[in-house]
Design a protein around this ligand. Structure first.
Ligand SMILES: [Cu+2]
Length: 155
Protein backbone atom coordinates (compact mmCIF):
# COMPACT_ATOMS: atom_id res chain seq x y z
CA UNK A 1 0.00 0.00 0.00
CA UNK A 2 1.26 3.45 -0.91
CA UNK A 3 0.96 6.46 1.36
CA UNK A 4 0.37 9.93 0.01
CA UNK A 5 0.92 13.13 1.88
CA UNK A 6 -1.84 15.41 0.69
CA UNK A 7 -1.48 19.17 0.89
CA UNK A 8 -4.47 21.50 1.13
CA UNK A 9 -4.20 22.43 -2.54
CA UNK A 10 -4.10 18.78 -3.59
CA UNK A 11 -7.12 17.97 -1.43
CA UNK A 12 -9.10 20.66 -3.26
CA UNK A 13 -7.93 19.25 -6.58
CA UNK A 14 -8.86 15.69 -5.61
CA UNK A 15 -12.31 16.63 -4.36
CA UNK A 16 -13.13 18.59 -7.50
CA UNK A 17 -11.98 15.64 -9.63
CA UNK A 18 -14.18 13.43 -7.44
CA UNK A 19 -17.20 15.51 -8.41
CA UNK A 20 -16.62 14.68 -12.07
CA UNK A 21 -15.84 10.99 -11.69
CA UNK A 22 -17.86 8.94 -9.19
CA UNK A 23 -15.43 7.63 -6.60
CA UNK A 24 -15.90 3.90 -6.18
CA UNK A 25 -15.49 2.95 -2.56
CA UNK A 26 -14.45 -0.62 -3.14
CA UNK A 27 -16.29 -2.52 -5.85
CA UNK A 28 -13.31 -2.17 -8.19
CA UNK A 29 -11.58 -4.62 -5.83
CA UNK A 30 -14.26 -7.29 -6.25
CA UNK A 31 -13.21 -10.54 -7.93
CA UNK A 32 -15.77 -13.15 -9.00
CA UNK A 33 -14.56 -16.75 -9.19
CA UNK A 34 -16.05 -20.06 -10.27
CA UNK A 35 -19.31 -18.76 -11.73
CA UNK A 36 -21.65 -21.40 -13.15
CA UNK A 37 -25.27 -22.23 -13.89
CA UNK A 38 -27.23 -25.35 -14.68
CA UNK A 39 -28.98 -25.78 -18.01
CA UNK A 40 -32.74 -25.21 -17.82
CA UNK A 41 -35.68 -27.18 -19.12
CA UNK A 42 -37.36 -24.54 -21.23
CA UNK A 43 -38.10 -21.10 -19.82
CA UNK A 44 -41.01 -21.62 -17.43
CA UNK A 45 -38.93 -22.20 -14.33
CA UNK A 46 -36.31 -19.79 -13.05
CA UNK A 47 -32.61 -20.46 -13.43
CA UNK A 48 -29.91 -19.88 -10.83
CA UNK A 49 -26.30 -18.77 -10.88
CA UNK A 50 -23.59 -19.64 -8.38
CA UNK A 51 -20.17 -18.09 -7.76
CA UNK A 52 -17.74 -16.86 -5.14
CA UNK A 53 -17.56 -13.08 -4.71
CA UNK A 54 -14.27 -11.98 -3.16
CA UNK A 55 -13.47 -8.52 -1.79
CA UNK A 56 -9.73 -8.05 -2.32
CA UNK A 57 -9.79 -4.41 -1.22
CA UNK A 58 -9.53 -2.71 2.15
CA UNK A 59 -13.07 -1.29 2.41
CA UNK A 60 -16.35 -3.23 2.75
CA UNK A 61 -18.44 -3.70 -0.39
CA UNK A 62 -22.20 -4.27 -0.49
CA UNK A 63 -23.96 -6.17 -3.25
CA UNK A 64 -27.35 -4.56 -3.86
CA UNK A 65 -28.65 -6.19 -7.03
CA UNK A 66 -28.16 -7.96 -10.35
CA UNK A 67 -28.88 -7.43 -14.01
CA UNK A 68 -28.61 -9.81 -16.96
CA UNK A 69 -30.08 -9.91 -20.46
CA UNK A 70 -30.98 -13.55 -19.73
CA UNK A 71 -33.70 -12.82 -17.17
CA UNK A 72 -36.16 -9.99 -16.56
CA UNK A 73 -36.09 -10.42 -12.76
CA UNK A 74 -32.76 -11.53 -11.37
CA UNK A 75 -32.62 -11.49 -7.55
CA UNK A 76 -30.30 -12.62 -4.80
CA UNK A 77 -32.07 -15.36 -2.84
CA UNK A 78 -31.23 -17.41 0.17
CA UNK A 79 -32.38 -21.01 0.59
CA UNK A 80 -33.05 -22.29 4.09
CA UNK A 81 -34.08 -25.67 5.46
CA UNK A 82 -36.25 -25.60 8.59
CA UNK A 83 -36.29 -28.10 11.48
CA UNK A 84 -38.80 -30.28 9.61
CA UNK A 85 -36.46 -30.56 6.63
CA UNK A 86 -38.61 -28.32 4.45
CA UNK A 87 -36.61 -26.04 2.15
CA UNK A 88 -37.75 -22.58 1.18
CA UNK A 89 -36.13 -19.49 -0.21
CA UNK A 90 -36.59 -15.76 0.08
CA UNK A 91 -34.95 -12.66 -1.35
CA UNK A 92 -31.75 -11.90 0.56
CA UNK A 93 -31.04 -8.47 1.93
CA UNK A 94 -28.06 -6.51 0.75
CA UNK A 95 -24.91 -8.59 1.13
CA UNK A 96 -21.93 -6.81 2.65
CA UNK A 97 -18.52 -8.40 2.15
CA UNK A 98 -15.81 -7.31 4.57
CA UNK A 99 -12.27 -6.52 3.33
CA UNK A 100 -10.43 -9.74 2.52
CA UNK A 101 -13.59 -11.83 2.86
CA UNK A 102 -15.67 -13.68 0.29
CA UNK A 103 -19.27 -14.81 -0.04
CA UNK A 104 -20.26 -18.02 -1.77
CA UNK A 105 -23.40 -18.36 -3.84
CA UNK A 106 -23.99 -22.11 -3.97
CA UNK A 107 -26.79 -24.68 -4.19
CA UNK A 108 -28.73 -24.79 -0.91
CA UNK A 109 -27.58 -21.32 0.20
CA UNK A 110 -27.31 -17.89 -1.31
CA UNK A 111 -27.90 -17.89 -5.06
CA UNK A 112 -28.64 -15.55 -7.93
CA UNK A 113 -32.21 -16.43 -8.92
CA UNK A 114 -32.91 -15.74 -12.58
CA UNK A 115 -36.66 -15.24 -12.88
CA UNK A 116 -38.53 -14.65 -16.12
CA UNK A 117 -35.94 -16.19 -18.41
CA UNK A 118 -35.80 -14.60 -21.83
CA UNK A 119 -34.17 -17.59 -23.50
CA UNK A 120 -33.62 -21.20 -22.42
CA UNK A 121 -30.34 -21.89 -20.65
CA UNK A 122 -28.48 -24.27 -22.95
CA UNK A 123 -25.54 -26.41 -21.85
CA UNK A 124 -22.27 -25.18 -23.39
CA UNK A 125 -23.46 -21.59 -23.75
CA UNK A 126 -22.81 -18.67 -21.41
CA UNK A 127 -24.37 -15.34 -20.53
CA UNK A 128 -23.23 -12.10 -18.84
CA UNK A 129 -24.39 -11.39 -15.28
CA UNK A 130 -23.72 -7.97 -13.76
CA UNK A 131 -23.40 -7.48 -10.00
CA UNK A 132 -24.42 -4.02 -8.75
CA UNK A 133 -22.74 -2.51 -5.70
CA UNK A 134 -23.81 0.31 -3.40
CA UNK A 135 -20.88 2.52 -4.45
CA UNK A 136 -22.29 2.62 -8.00
CA UNK A 137 -19.79 0.08 -9.28
CA UNK A 138 -20.67 -2.91 -11.42
CA UNK A 139 -18.85 -6.17 -11.99
CA UNK A 140 -19.87 -8.26 -15.00
CA UNK A 141 -19.00 -11.92 -15.17
CA UNK A 142 -19.59 -14.37 -18.02
CA UNK A 143 -21.42 -17.37 -16.55
CA UNK A 144 -20.94 -20.76 -18.27
CA UNK A 145 -24.01 -23.01 -18.45
CA UNK A 146 -23.19 -26.55 -17.37
CA UNK A 147 -25.22 -29.75 -17.57
CA UNK A 148 -28.63 -30.04 -15.96
CA UNK A 149 -27.25 -32.24 -13.14
CA UNK A 150 -24.06 -30.25 -12.48
CA UNK A 151 -23.22 -29.73 -8.82
CA UNK A 152 -20.33 -27.30 -9.09
CA UNK A 153 -18.15 -25.32 -11.49
CA UNK A 154 -15.89 -28.32 -12.15
CA UNK A 155 -18.62 -30.94 -12.70
CU1 LIG B 1 -34.16 -18.64 -5.40
Amino acid sequence: MRTFIITGAMTALLSSAGALTPALAGSEDVVVEGAWSRASIGMNRPGAAYMTIRNTGDTPVTLIGLTTPLAMMPEIHESKTNADGVSSMAPADEITIAPGESVSLEPGGLHAMLMQLQTPMTEGESYPLTLLFDDGGEVTVEVPILGIAARGPND
